[in-house]
Design a protein around this ligand. Structure first.
Ligand SMILES: [Zn+2]
Length: 459
């Protein structure tokens, strides 16, 4: 059996493994066998390997684990460039009426666009937190999952929901929300249809009510019970802005972290986007319970939300990954920017130049992401036995050739060209082009669907 496994050998590259010791090789090799990493190390690959179907001379390249995105909203790909000077609550109120008009073809095109942008930028594990399910809008979850499969990335759908509308003191308009019962039933059906618990799963599903200000206390509570009954992870937005903090104090008589704890939403099976407004005891609660954080520095800056205390979280032992967040609050939609901005923006905080270094930023975008998605034993670092999700970054062109340190080049330099990206041992990107979907066709579809949505929404 083992002899029949096909091997790909990558040689003459530098390697940042992002393993527990941050092992790096200035000149090394990686052997992929089937969908796993078989071996890696310094120098040339071992002699006498059987069934080598491909040898890649990766001179001038850095090989890293594929990037892992831990927070996104794909549907926003067709509502970019709107409400560009708003804070979170004003931005949401401005956009909800448009978002409530989405349908399946729009969500399909938006998912394809979001996935294409991420995948060709070195993302190998993607996620979508989708929480807008207008009545009779079609199979939105199915459309998103199919788009991920076509692109070839590993994928987590966080099946979101909203049931607290304006009439219940929430932010979304009444016509944009589901009922409590409807949201729970649809979420359970999505998990049962699509979630794969296996080691090399390409599709997983999490339970993901949207946020304290758009979801009832019952939906949070029942959602947590549902996720644990089904054995899947939990995801939501938390502690994003001062306005959210004020909202929680007014409605629930406590801050967001205490509110989440009271509804069953702290735990090692939970990850939360943003976590900007956290005091010491909030961070200690996350550390104690191993609740994960999706740090989204660009979106936090775009919406003037503030700077998450990532160095303090890491020091306390909180698992932290990176997220682009939806592209209505981060138009670029690619994860390299988040590596860079995580480092730069955290240095503007109280820890100054000691806040994060380039290697820590790379770790957030790879192993940290795998941790918060519950997949650290499978992906997120380059180690024998792990799944073959890895990227060959080209660092010998104009943009990077004179930068001394390859990891600094990747994190601090311009977005590096991707010569090849592998997911589950299968190549999905070659020379910056996606291999399994047509980028130009997707670009046309996203434009058409964005125009159709704008017209429907009367913009
Ligand atoms: Zn978000």
């Amino acid at each position: 059996m083992a002899a029949e496994v096909q091997r790909t050998v990558i040689e003459n590259c530098s390697i940042a493994t992002v393993d527990a010791h941050d092992t790096e090789y200035a000149h090394g090799y990686v052997v992929i066998a089937g969908n796993r990493i078989e071996s890696l190390g310094a120098g040339r690959a071992p002699e006498g390997l059987e069934n080598v179907v491909r040898r890649i001379d990766a001179t001038g390249h850095l090989v890293t684990p594929g990037l892992v995105n831990t927070h996104h909203h794909y549907y926003q790909w067709i509502t970019r460039g709107l409400a560009t000077d708003h804070n979170l609550f004003d931005w949401l109120v401005a956009l909800y009426p448009t978002w409530a008009r989405i349908d399946e073809p729009m969500v399909r095109a938006a998912a394809q666009g979001s996935l294409a942008m991420m995948a060709r930028g070195g993302v190998t594990t993607a996620m979508d937190h989708h929480y807008v399910y207008p009545r009779d809008s079609g199979d939105l979850s199915g459309a998103i999952i199919r788009a991920a499969r076509e692109t070839g990335v590993r994928f987590t759908l966080a099946r979101g929901s909203m049931d607290r509308s304006e009439k219940d003191g929430g932010l979304p308009p009444d016509f944009a929300v589901e009922t409590l019962e409807g949201a729970l039933a649809a979420t359970e059906a999505t998990v049962r249809e699509h979630h794969d618990p296996s080691f090399d799963a390409m599709t997983q599903v999490a339970v993901a009510p949207c946020s304290p200000f758009s979801v009832s206390t019952e939906l949070l509570r029942e959602g947590a019970v549902l996720a644990r009954r089904l054995g899947v992870r939990l995801h939501t937005h938390g502690s994003e802005t001062v306005e959210e903090e004020k909202f929680c104090h007014e409605l629930f008589g406590m801050g967001p972290t205490d509110y989440f704890e009271s509804t069953g939403w702290l735990g090692e099976d939970v990850w939360m986007a943003h976590c900007v407004h956290m005091n010491d005891s909030d961070i200690a609660a996350f550390a104690r319970t191993k609740t994960g954080v999706a740090h989204c520095p660009s979106s936090n800056a775009r919406l003037a939300a503030g700077i998450a205390r990532v160095p303090d979280m890491l020091a306390a032992g909180v698992p932290v990954g990176l997220g682009v967040d939806g592209t209505a609050s981060n138009e670029s939609g690619e994860l390299h920017t988040e590596l860079r901005n995580a480092l730069l923006i955290n240095r503007l905080g109280s820890h100054k130049e000691a806040a994060l270094n380039a290697r820590q930023a790379l770790r957030l975008g790879t192993y940290g992401g795998a941790q918060v998605l519950g997949r650290a034993s499978q992906i997120g670092s380059l180690e024998p036995g792990k799944l073959a999700d890895l990227v060959l970054w080209r660092l010998d062109t104009l943009a990077h050739a004179s930068i001394a340190d390859p990891v600094a080049a990747l994190v601090l330099g311009a977005a590096a060209p991707v010569t090849a990206s592998f997911v589950n041992g299968r190549q999905i990107v070659e020379d910056d082009r996606l291999l399994h979907v047509d980028e130009d066709e997707i670009a046309r579809a996203t434009r058409t669907e964005a125009q159709r949505l704008a017209k429907l929404a009367g913009r």
